[in-house]
Design a protein around this ligand. Structure first.
Ligand SMILES: Nc1nc2c(c(=O)[nH]1)N[C@H]1C(S)=C(S)[C@@H](COP(=O)(O)OP(=O)(O)OC[C@H]3O[C@@H](n4cnc5c(=O)[nH]c(N)nc54)[C@H](O)[C@@H]3O)O[C@H]1N2
Ligand SMILES: Nc1nc2c(c(=O)[nH]1)N[C@H]1C(S)=C(S)[C@@H](COP(=O)(O)OP(=O)(O)OC[C@H]3O[C@@H](n4cnc5c(=O)[nH]c(N)nc54)[C@H](O)[C@@H]3O)O[C@H]1N2
Ligand code: SF4
Ligand SMILES: [Mo]
Length: 690
């Protein structure tokens, strides 16, 4: 569509928790509004393409429900806007600071938990809360909700959190999207792999328990049972060794491969894996042959198959494949999980690391529910949590075991302040709600996990209503609490420049002028030809699990299927996958008309055979539950997944479900092995007609 020449295009960066971190061009209109948002062509990973939900960002940033003023709750918790009345900023900040100070004075500073995540991925606005935490000695947060299991599994083998540049997919002959759904969750993967398909006739394999948008586009879809990818990977390696597709020279030079590894894999037959994965022997063997016969094979490792109790072992097992064939050596070959280990950024000032005291107790982010209801395992011998200050996350909807989260937030003796853009499920439980800017209304700095650019963005429009940025709120609270740190006296731009100077990088203005700087390492390094990340420079088939986590008793010596998941039982015969919805970004965009129109209503996808056996008509209301709770939602028949597997695309607000209880009442807060991490796709449930 031709653009109106009068419209000013302003550069920005998408701040959402998405591996793509797209470079944007925002149409700035008169009167402080924006028009369409476009992908920038200056960034060769974005390559002019962004997802539909962010292209329509005008719907979100100018939404009539955006919070405009601070609010005080005067009615019951959990009801929404009608329970609140507007108030002034000074009074609101005085109350929040006063409560945090009173709780710390009475119960100790660890009774205060600043709680955050990745509503924005900008370093200044996301991580400033850490500075306040450390200076005030408030409880620390162990970040486990997203990448912990996958990071540990990847680093166990590869030794560094980086991989082959995603743009190289254009030179691949086989692309395996393993446990990810890029059509929904990072659209740019599809751009780059489409080139390989068009120009080289590359094959696309998608490994996912259900027929996602990505699976629909694949040449081969392997619909594994959830949590069984380790078995599939082992059987593939079995075939690779048996049929002569292992690169023995590579294995000897750059890995710790041993006769014991081969003997172990000799017992991991396709028949063995078929029984575990639910795939046929034929499917497994033909995928293994395709992989073994293709030098330029690229695995794009998603997060999906890490979100199980055995998730780290699963990621490790899959990361072994290119080490067996030596695919790492070739252009367009190897694998990528994430690139965040490429950058060595010194975040001392932003995060207040110079004030960090490692003796302060740590709360597991994913176990917020158990921690709030006082599970002694989660309080590390410290006081109950009496005050929560929340930015950038919506735990009442997104945390597992949400019945406990809710019970915790309902505690009369808990003070909650939430800094938000919308009246989320979490804000509705707060005592004080503060209105927050979006990325278009503040400055920030961004790294990416899916590509290698570092980027900065300046604000594009004035703040909505009276909303303030996270940085402003953190600094205002620091002033009231008497928290001293140079970071509280700096502007966001100064904080970015401070970090860049400490990291020996050009200043923020240079990043801005250039539209970001590509930090891609040379081919040799990107492909680990100069060695992997471990001390011995080798890939580890036999990982030192103790180096990545404490709970190692169950960890297998070699890549394997680790049978520690919440298996289906006669009374809970279904395995639930709580996958992301295409038009939402976690719970963000659940308020925008364009996204709602596409997602329609909370839905459980059930195999037609199962629906028939349950006597449920497609479209009917069903009840889904387990020992942790139950929910009601509509069912839809879906081919392309195994019987016994059900899928709820989310994360809908709890209030979108007919009974006001959302999907995470079903998911478990058990930490995955060996170093913790949320297990959102590792859930057994029963299903009944409602
Ligand atoms: N549209 C949209 N985009 C998003 C998000 C969103 O909510 N919506 N969320 C963002 C965030 S925070 C993140 S971390 C990323 C996550 O993006 P992804 O890497 O795509 O990871 P997941 O969202 O966990 O799940 C991806 C796929 O894994 C599949 N899966 C689940 N269990 C298994 C398994 O055991 N084996 C295999 N092979 N596959 C399995 C699911 O069915 C799902 O299709 O996406 C980001 N982008
Ligand atoms: N069932 C199920 N649950 C899941 C997952 C799943 O796949 N299935 N995925 C999990 C994963 S991978 C993740 S990462 C988590 C994500 O969970 P969250 O981090 O809670 O992600 P969002 O729901 O997008 O919530 C971010 C909130 O931050 C707010 N926000 C955005 N920018 C700013 C800002 O600048 N300032 C302030 N103060 N607020 C801001 C947004 O309005 C939004 O309400 O969810 C997890 N929960
Ligand atoms: S949500 Fe992801 S794909 Fe969409 S614009 Fe943002 S970074 Fe790009
Ligand atoms: Mo995430």
């Amino acid at each position: 569509m031709p653009r109106d020449p009068e419209v000013e295009l302003v550069p920005s960066v998408c701040p959402h928790d998405c591996p793509s971190t797209c470079a944007l061009e925002v149409e700035r209109l008169d009167g402080g509004r924006i028009g369409r948002v476009h992908g920038s062509k200056r960034n060769s990973y974005t390559a002019g393409v962004i997802c539909a939900k962010v292209a329509r960002y005008a719907e979100r940033v100018h939404h009539p429900d955006r919070l405009r003023t601070p609010l005080r709750r005067v009615g019951p918790k959990g009801v929404g806007l009608s329970s609140f009345e507007p108030m002034g900023w000074d009074e609101a900040l005085d109350i929040v600071a006063g409560k945090l100070a009173a709780v710390a004075a009475r119960h100790g500073s660890e009774a205060v938990l600043p709680y955050y995540y990745a509503g924005t991925m900008g370093y200044v606005q996301r991580d400033g809360i850490e500075r306040l935490r450390h200076v005030m000695r408030y409880s620390r947060q162990f970040n486990t909700i997203c990448v912990a299991l996958a990071d540990n599994g990847w680093v166990a083998g590869v030794g560094a959190k980086r991989g082959v540049d995603a743009r190289e997919m254009a030179s691949s002959d086989l692309i395996v999207v393993w446990g990810g759904n890029p059509v929904s969750t990072q659209v740019n993967v599809m751009t780059h792999l489409a080139r390989a398909r068009k120009e080289r006739g590359a094959k696309l394999v998608v490994i996912d328990p259900y027929r996602t948008g990505s699976a629909e586009q694949a040449d081969i879809h392997l619909a594994v049972r959830p949590g069984t990818d380790g078995a599939l990977a082992c059987a593939v390696m079995h075939v690779l060794f048996k049929e002569g597709h292992a690169d023995r020279d590579y294995l000897a030079r750059l890995t710790d491969a041993s006769p014991a590894l081969e003997a172990h894999l000799a017992s991991r037959t396709p028949e063995w894996a078929a029984a575990i994965t639910g795939l046929t022997v034929e499917e497994i063997v033909s995928f293994a042959r395709l992989y073994g016969q293709t030098k330029r094979s690229y695995i794009r490792v998603g997060y999906g198959f890490s979100r199980t109790r055995n998730g780290s072992a699963q990621i490790h097992a899959v990361s072994c494949l290119p080490a067996v064939t030596g695919a790492w050596q070739y252009e367009g070959g190897g694998a990528l999980y994430g690139q965040s280990g490429l950058y060595k950024l010194d975040r001392t000032t932003i995060q207040g690391l110079d004030a960090l005291d490692r003796s302060v107790r740590v709360i597991d982010q994913s176990r917020l529910g158990p921690a709030l209801v006082g599970d002694p395992r989660d309080l590390a011998g410290g006081p109950p949590i009496h005050a929560l200050f929340i930015q950038n996350t919506n735990p009442v909807a997104v945390c597992p075991e949400s019945a406990k989260v809710r019970a915790g937030f309902l505690r009369e003796d808990l003070f909650v302040a939430v800094h938000e853009q919308f009246m989320t499920d979490t804000a509705a439980m707060a005592d004080i709600v503060l209105p927050a800017t979006t990325f278009l209304e503040h400055d920030d700095f961004y790294t990416a996990s899916g590509h290698t650019y570092l980027q900065v963005a300046k604000k594009v429009i004035a703040p909505h209503g009276e909303s303030r940025s996270n940085h402003e709120v953190i600094c205002a609270l620091a002033a009231r609490l008497g928290a001293k740190h140079p970071g509280f006296e700096m502007t966001p731009w100064q904080l970015i420049d401070d970090m860049l100077a400490r990291s020996n990088l050009p200043d923020a203005e240079t990043f801005h002028q250039k539209g970001g700087i590509d930090m891609a390492p040379p081919f040799e390094t990107a492909h680990f030809l100069d060695g992997f990340g471990h001390k011995d420079r080798r890939f580890h088939f036999a990982p030192d699990w103790k180096a990545v986590g404490n709970d190692c008793a169950n960890m297998p010596k070699f890549p394997d299927h680790m049978a520690t998941n919440e298996e289906a039982t006669p009374d809970k015969p279904f395995r639930l996958v709580a996958a992301p919805a295409r038009s939402y970004l976690n719970t963000s965009f659940t308020e925008t008309p364009g996204s709602l129109k596409r997602e329609k209503r909370p839905t459980i996808l059930v195999h037609p055979r199962d629906l028939g056996q349950l006597g449920v008509a497609p479209g009917a209301l069903v009840r889904v539950g387990n020992d942790r709770g139950q929910i009601a939602l509509h069912a839809e028949a879906r081919e392309g997944q195994q019987p016994g597997v059900v899928v709820i695309e989310s994360i809908w607000p709890n209030t979108a479900f007919v009974e006001g209880i959302g999907v995470n009442v079903l998911t478990s807060a058990d930490p995955g092995y060996p170093g913790g991490g949320a297990v959102f796709h590792d859930t057994a449930v029963w299903l009944r007609p409602a």
